[in-house]
Design a protein. Structure first.
Length: 186
């Protein structure tokens, strides 16, 4: 069993926490565009989730991804309920490819702006993955949960890899970007 330290300053004050009612929030929670703009203030990495269907490889660009557990090794992607890819992720192996800042065209390709002969597939173990990604995780479906207009898909990581020198592609306030250069030489 793991020892967990209790921090009274954080946890005991949670009893006093409250949620704002819709009419108290600024702007009103009924404005989905402004809510989306505010959420866009959080910079996220960009991933492409890939899978096989029939004799073809497919993918979808996603920016809602997080690690969940190391034991067992679980990751989570949030998929829109209307996504064609959702059904496949719930029933077959898939790969999560973390896009490097050199893979903007790849991210755009799987976001609905296709480009011919762009993808170099790797099919060594499990689901197809994209060569050149900053990191990848080969997954098998573990569980799914209701997330409102999205479904939270947990995948159990079976294998993974990374490129140490690769820099991530980021998405912030509706724009594609990358990390600032590290001039300190760290």
């Amino acid at each position: 069993m793991t020892d967990i330290m209790w921090n009274a300053d954080i946890y005991e004050n949670a009893v006093d926490a409250r949620t704002l009612e819709s009419d108290q929030a600024t702007p009103a929670l009924g404005d989905p565009r402004q809510l989306r703009n505010a959420l866009g203030s959080f910079a996220t990495g960009v991933i492409v989730v890939t899978y096989e269907s029939g004799d073809a490889y497919h993918g979808v660009t996603v920016n809602s991804f997080t690690s969940v557990s190391l034991d067992p090794s679980l990751v989570l992607v949030s998929m829109k309920r209307t996504s064609r890819a959702l059904t496949y992720l719930l029933e077959r192996p898939f790969a999560i490819n973390i896009m490097s800042d050199a893979q903007l065209d790849t991210a755009l390709h799987f976001a609905g702006q296709p480009k011919e002969d762009l993808i170099e597939w790797v099919t060594d173990d499990g689901a197809p993955r994209i060569n050149g990604s900053a990191a990848y995780f080969q997954c098998t479906p573990w569980a799914s949960y209701d997330g409102g207009d999205h479904v939270l898909v947990l995948g159990r990581v079976l294998s993974y890899g990374q490129q140490e020198e690769a820099r991530p592609l980021l998405f912030h306030r509706g724009q594609w970007t990358s990390l600032a250069a590290d001039d300190a030489g760290r």
